[in-house]
Design a protein around this ligand. Sequence first.
Ligand SMILES: Cc1cc2nc3c(=O)[nH]c(=O)nc-3n(C[C@H](O)[C@H](O)[C@H](O)COP(=O)(O)O)c2cc1C
Length: 216
Amino acid sequence: MNKPENADSFLGIDPSELLVSDVNRLLLHCVSPRPIAFTSTVSPDGIPNLAPFSYFTLGGANPPSVVISPLTGKAGEPKDTLRNIEVTGEFVINVVTYGMRERMNLSSLKYPFGVSEWKDAGFTPVTSDKVAPPRILESPLGMECRLYKIVQHGMGPLSANYVIGEVIYFHVSRSIMPNGVIDPSKIDYLARLGGDWYARMDHNSIFEMPLRKQEE
Ligand SMILES: Cc1cc2nc3c(=O)[nH]c(=O)nc-3n(C[C@H](O)[C@H](O)[C@H](O)COP(=O)(O)O)c2cc1C
C-alpha cells in the first residue's frame, strides 16, 4: 500500500511503553467529547452520594442499557459510587448542563466514604420513582438505573470497572420539549474533553443532518 506523504507527521505510541497516567490522558483526548453522567447513589447506611463520570455511554435500547466506569483509584481504592452500586444495585444518572458546570466540578472532590456531596454542591434532591437514590431537580434528563453487571478490566490504579445498568425509568423536563418532542438545542449540554477542557453544546454549536436513506 502507498505511504501518503504526510504519514510521518504522526507519532506512533505503544501504550505498554507509557505510564498508566499518561495512557489515561491520551485516551481522554481520543474519546472526546464525552457526555457526563452525574451519578447519584446511596451508601449501605443510607447516605446519598453524587459524582460525575464522563466514561459514560449507552449500549442498547432493548432493554435500555447504559454504562459508566468509576476507575479504580490511584492507590487501588474503589470510588464510593462503585462501592454503593455494588451493594445496593441502584443508581440515577443525571445529564449535566452548562449551567451546572461549577457545582458539578465541586462535587468531584474527594469526600470521605459516607459523606455526601449534595449539601456542598447545592443541588436539589428529588425522590426517585423506582430506586432509592434521588435524582437532581436541576438536571433536565434523569435515568433511574438498576445494576445489570459490573465488568472489571485490569487491576490496580486506573483500571476499568464497567458498571452496566438497565434504565428502568426516565425523567424528562417539559422545558426541553416545547412541542412534545425533545429539542437538543434547549438542553445546553456540557461535555468533557481531554485535559481540563470542556465543550458547551448549545443552539450555536449543534446542527441537524438527517440520516441518509439508501437509494432504491
Ligand atoms: C467532568 C468529570 C468527569 C469525571 N469522570 C470520571 C470517570 O468517568 N471515571 C472516574 O473514575 N472518575 C471520573 N471523574 C472523577 C470523579 O468524579 C471523582 O473521582 C469523584 O470524587 C468520585 O466520587 P465518589 O468517590 O463519590 O464516587 C470525573 C470528574 C469530573 C469533574
